[in-house]
Each structure stands twice: as C-alpha cells, then as structure tokens.
Design a protein around this ligand. Structure first.
Ligand code: PLP
Ligand code: COI
Length: 379
C-alpha cells in the first residue's frame, strides 16, 4: 500500500500565506485585565480554562464578515437559535506547542488540514464554508496575541478549538441563513493519564453509511455519550465502535482513530473517500506517513473483530493504540468483548513501535525533531 504524499498548489499558497499575508482585516479588542496569573500553567486541565481572547466571524447575506478578536466572553443567543434545536454545529481540534529550541516561537501542527476538514464537515451539514486563508490568519493572530498561554511542561499544549454553528432565530426546519464561526483556546495537559481500556460496542452505533461519521459534527459526539457512559460504568475508558450494519468490523474510538500491530504489520480502518463512517484523523494521516517512511508494512482495510480476538489469543497482536489530537498516541491496555471478556495487551511501555511513533510525533510538534514534512506552522 502506498499513501499519496503530495503537496498541492493550495498547500504552498496557504503556508506562504500563513507566514506573511493578511486575507482580511481582523479588528482586535484587547482585554483590560489578563486572567493568565490565575491559571496554573504547570498543571493544565484539558478544556477547562480559556485564554484571554477569542476570534469571531459572522455569516450573513451569503458572506462572512465582522472578523474580530475580542476578550473571551459568553455568547448572547436567542432561545430560538437554530443550532440548539436542529444541530447545525461543527468543530475542529488542533494544538499549538512551544518550540523547545526557541521558547519565543509557537508551533501549530497542520492547521491547513483542519481548515480543510472543517469545510468538509460544513458541506455535509449544509453550512457555508469558511475561507482557509482566513481560518489560518485568525489562528495566527489569536495564538500570537495569547502566546503566553502556551504551556511548557511535558505532554502539554495549547488546544485550539475552531467551531461553527447556525444562528438563525427561527424554528422552521431548513438550513440556517446565519452562522457564527469562532476559535477559542485552552491550555491542555494529557487527555488520558495512562493506557486506555476500550470496549467493543455491538449494540449502539455512532453513525452509519451515508451518515455524518466522517464529519466533525457535534451530534456525533452527543450520540456517543450514552454508550460511552454505559461502558465507563463497566470500567472502560472508551468504546471501539463497530460498523452499524453487522457490528462485525472495528471502525474507530470515541476520540481517536485506532491502529493495531499484528506481527510486523500496522492495520487500520480506511477513512474517506473509502469509508464515510470514520473521522479522517489528521494524526492518523501523519502517523501513517511516518510509518511508511520507516518501511513499516501498513494495511488500510476493514478489520474484523474476530481477527483481533484471534491475534490476541495467538500472541500476534503486539500493539493497539489510538491516534488523535487530544489524545496524541494513546496505548490501549485492554479490549473488552462481550463474549470473550477482557483481552489484555502487552505492557505498553515495552511496545517499541507506538512508543517510537509517539516520541517522533511529539518531537516534530515541539520542534525537537526537524520538520522535514513541513507540517508545522510557526507563530
Ligand atoms: N476520531 C474522532 C471521533 C475524534 O473525535 C478525533 C479527534 O479529533 C479523532 C478521531 C482524531 O482526529 P485528529 O487526529 O484529526 O484529531
Ligand atoms: C480532538 O482530539 O481534537 C477532539 O476533538 C476530541 C474531543 C472530542 C475531546
């Protein structure tokens, strides 16, 4: 299998653009009192504290406008806000890191990919696309303004959350005519504290073919909460979702795509355009590119649950791990199956390949390892 590695004209344009050009004028209103001194940046909590500023843009009469960075604050919304009732709401997640070789510099990992995926989600949800240049400019200006909020302890980052939602104050069922796009930022530590226990889900479905699984849609996460909570009550951290028609193939987990190492081969489920039920993880794309460079055999294909159970039993299942922005590389310690019980994996600290992948990914993200792939955007 080969992974198409190419840089489109658009990518060169966007990267050059990120460095120097302004797509639009962004009005900046600075806070009169920073909250930074109230935050413990040595122990950042994922998603609880937010930086001093946020970016906002509004869509009305067929175009985006009023681009602004303002002090972080509550939104004022009509009770009839369309997103609340009918769920036109999408988001992205990406991270910024302090460059370990130059503390003044902040590195954002592959924001151009998030800009593209946001628009793939928008298209599926009948929402307007947001210009990629403005997405990148807004990120750059916002990160620059709140750069002192980027934590500097191991496993930490500034988590960036772009999102878009429908704002029509109208209860008729139709796509909204008005939208808000915003970016908020939160200092973050590790999402999971150790290896994760996952349960193979065979009763509920996260999505289905023809549904919204490939898109980063708020409703996908809402639908997964009850099943995840039931699994947590049974002692698991997360689910391994299976296909909705047979519950026979492993798709992905609640916050990450998954990879299995069977003997020397990495096996992972396909994403768009082959499969529309799985989020096209940017971490997954990056890990596959690294593995390919290292000459590791990769199989992107449907993964029967029976194959994983069999591999665990005969000792060929050497590793299983999740890949995602929030979780980075999350080793899986246990796979729970309703018939087979808990299948245990080898001690994760001794799994060479996923440890190497994690170190390498983090090394590139933090500027320790040379970014030969041009993944990192500097602020
Ligand atoms: N799958 C789901 C359902 C997710 O929520 C995430 C997190 O974004 C991922 C996979 C990983 O995607 P990425 O690596 O782009 O963060
Ligand atoms: C991310 O990794 O960015 C995610 O969106 C996961 C989130 C649901 C916590």
């Amino acid at each position: 299998m080969t992974i198409a590695i190419y840089r489109s004209k658009t990518w060169f344009h966007l990267k050059a653009h990120f460095m120097q050009e302004l797509a639009v004028d962004i009005r900046i209103e600075k806070t009169s009192k920073s909250r930074l001194s109230e935050i413990d940046l040595k122990n950042p909590n994922f998603g609880r504290d937010f930086t001093d500023h946020m970016f906002i843009a509004d869509y009305e009469n067929g175009k985006w406008g009023d681009f602004r960075i303002i002090p972080y604050d509550d939104f004022k919304l009509s009770p009839a806000t369309s997103a609340i009732h009918y769920g036109q709401s999408i988001f992205e997640g990406l991270k910024a890191f302090r460059n370990v070789k130059n503390e003044e510099e902040v590195l954002i990992f592959r924001p151009d990919e998030n800009a593209k995926r946001l628009n793939a989600s928008a298209e599926r949800m009948c929402m307007p696309s947001f210009p990629e240049e403005i997405f990148l400019q807004a990120l750059r200006e916002l990160v620059d303004l709140d750069r002192d909020w980027v934590p500097n302890v191991p496993d930490s980052s500034l988590y960036l959350r772009p999102f878009m939602f429908a704002t029509d104050a109208f209860l008729g069922l139709r796509p909204s005519e008005k939208y808000t796009f915003a970016i908020i930022m939160s200092p973050a530590g590790a999402y999971y504290s150790g290896a994760v226990k996952v349960k193979i889900e065979k009763k509920y479905s996260r999505t289905c073919q023809g549904g919204t699984g490939f898109a980063k849609v708020a409703g996908n996460y809402a639908a997964s909460m009850l099943p995840a909570l039931e699994a947590q009550k049974q002692g698991y951290d997360q689910l391994l979702w299976t296909d909705s028609s047979e519950h026979a193939y492993i798709e992905e987990s609640g916050t990450m795509n998954v990879m299995f190492q069977i003997d020397d081969t990495i096996v992972t489920a396909p994403t768009m355009p082959e499969e529309d039920t799985i989020l096209r993880s940017i971490t997954r794309l990056s890990v596959l590119e690294l593995l390919q460079d290292w000459g590791v055999k990769i199989e992107e294909r449907r993964i029967p649950i029976t194959e994983i159970i069999e591999a665990q039993k005969n000792g060929s299942l050497k590793d299983a791990f999740g890949v995602g922005t929030a979780v980075t590389i999350a080793p899986i310690s246990t796979i729970g199956d309703e018939k087979e019980g808990d299948l245990e994996l080898p001690n994760w600290e001794e799994r060479e390949l996923s440890q190497k992948v994690k170190k390498h990914m983090q090394g590139i993200q933090k500027g320790e390892i040379e970014d030969t792939k041009n993944w990192v955007f500097k602020v």
